[in-house]
Design a protein around this ligand. Structure first.
Ligand code: TYD
Length: 433
């Protein structure tokens, strides 16, 4: 018989305050009420809205009805997506699925928006049942939601939640509870309500629910492009999106990415070292990479997280193999000892003609030693990248870097998220706000 694990949504799986606060503010403003202070806004998370508008803002029954209507109007369009998955939750859900547990969500948030949120974040594939009240219910009692979320037969069941309502509801439904301290309730509140166990953070929740189980495989992502293609901006945007979706990302770079390799980076990029031979340069990039793979990339991927590197081996193939004309095979050979067959699972390539890229780069700040190279050098680098894209089209996510930064980020996010979820064996039913 399967173990059943039931989760609360807001404050347990997702961090939803931004959307909730914005919608409460909007309802207050529209109805001519003063905008509630942060302390009051915080209280809106968890209890039914109708209750909160009356209790915390002194509204009459009719006014509270109207406030809930205005709130929901904005919430379904915008508020729903002003939300993020707690770091580690995606890993936990993958692990519960791998154990064969029955997983459900019992939330006070109405059923439809709850389903949409979980679908938007690509989490619905990990959840067997989602239970929430229908839109017209004014107060949802947690006990009945939990009862409805339980499977027909189970020998062990746990409710995981961040508020006293979750703990008490679980007890009344005959289910044991784990209170989590990273959400909107306090340890005192959860203990007072009588939780059977307390997890201060997601990591300890994982230890409680999946003791001794190893993390699912992680992912190695890299980002490539010519100097001036907007790589740093896009890297930052991608990290932010991945975090919002509950991916645990460690950002790193080449040359560099760990203590020893950062020292090698200084040697490589310093304008004092214009006399460096092409072979020395290629070997130093490979040396820096060897330490980076060992110290950073492999440990991160093995821990089930995403390692996102600003450049990797492709840069050596393009700059040293193409730019310096050392040859693709020669550069691959030099790097064989450094990477031991490791290659990125997904590589984002920002495509931009070399002359456009370089003009942008020079406009931004002082060029480093590599960027001081002339037009012919960068034309060869571009050509070498093009050949790589032809050789391994399945690895690359190619994006036109001449569009606006926002358009580029959106395209990268959509395609990388789709690929990441494919790697998890699920299909992302993307829903736009
Ligand atoms: P990058 O960090 O992208 O530059 P910046 O931080 O100034 O935007 O890359 C540093 C330079 O090193 C860049 O010109 C590309 C070059 N490079 C190589 O020539 N070979 C390599 O293997 C790598 C990783 C980088």
């Amino acid at each position: 018989m399967r173990r059943a694990v039931i989760f609360d949504l807001d404050g347990t799986l997702t961090q939803s305050e931004e959307g909730i606060y914005n919608c409460v503010r909007h309802a207050a403003e529209t109805m001519g009420y003063p905008v509630p202070d942060p302390e009051t806004l915080r209280r809106f998370i968890g209890p039914p809205l109708y209750y909160s508008f009356r209790k915390y803002m002194g509204m009459s029954d009719g006014q509270a009805d109207e406030a809930v209507r205005i709130y929901r109007e904005r919430y379904v369009k915008k508020g729903l997506f002003e939300n993020s998955v707690y770091p580690g939750i995606r890993r936990l859900l993958r692990m519960l699925k791998a154990r064969g547990d029955y997983v459900a969500v019992a939330t006070g948030k109405p059923q439809r928006p709850s389903e949409r949120i979980l679908r938007y974040f690509g989490l619905s594939a990990y959840i067997d049942r989602i239970v929430g009240p229908s839109e017209d219910v004014k107060s949802a009692d947690k006990e009945s939601l939990i009862r409805r979320a339980l499977p027909a037969d189970h020998e062990e069941a746990w409710m995981v939640g961040d508020r006293k309502f979750d703990v008490k509801g679980a007890r009344h439904a005959g289910v044991r509870s784990i209170g989590v301290g990273y959400g909107y309730g306090s340890e005192a509140e959860l203990r007072e309500a009588g939780c059977d166990a307390y997890a201060p953070d997601v990591e300890s929740l994982i230890q409680m629910l999946c003791p001794g189980m190893s993390a699912p495989h992680g992912t190695f992502l890299s980002m490539e492009g010519l100097d001036g293609s907007g790589k740093s901006t896009q890297l930052r945007a991608l990290v932010e999106t991945l975090h919002r979706f509950g991916y645990e990302v460690v950002e790193t770079r080449e040359p560099g990415g760990c203590r020893i390799s950062e020292k090698i980076r200084e040697l490589l990029l310093s304008r004092e070292n214009v006399g460096m031979t092409e072979e020395t340069e290629a070997l130093l990039y490979a040396a820096s990479r060897a330490q980076h793979v060992h110290d950073t990339i492999l440990p991160v991927v093995e821990s089930g997280r995403i390692c996102l590197s600003d450049r990797f081996l492709d840069s050596s193939v393009a700059y040293q193999g193409g730019g310096r004309e050392l040859g693709v095979q020669e550069v691959m050979d030099i790097n064989a000892h450094a990477v031991h067959g490791l290659r990125p699972d997904i590589t984002v390539f920002l495509e931009l003609p070399h002359d456009v890229a370089l003009r942008r780069r020079y406009g931004a700040s002082e060029p480093d030693r590599m960027e001081m190279e002339g037009d012919a050098f960068h034309a060869r680098v571009e050509q070498a990248y093009r050949e790589m894209l032809r050789r391994e089209p399945e690895r690359f996510v190619v994006v036109d870097a001449s569009e606006s930064a926002e358009t580029i980020s959106q395209k990268i996010a959509d395609r990388v998220l789709t690929r990441l979820m494919e790697r998890e064996g699920i299909q992302w039913e993307k829903e736009l706000s």
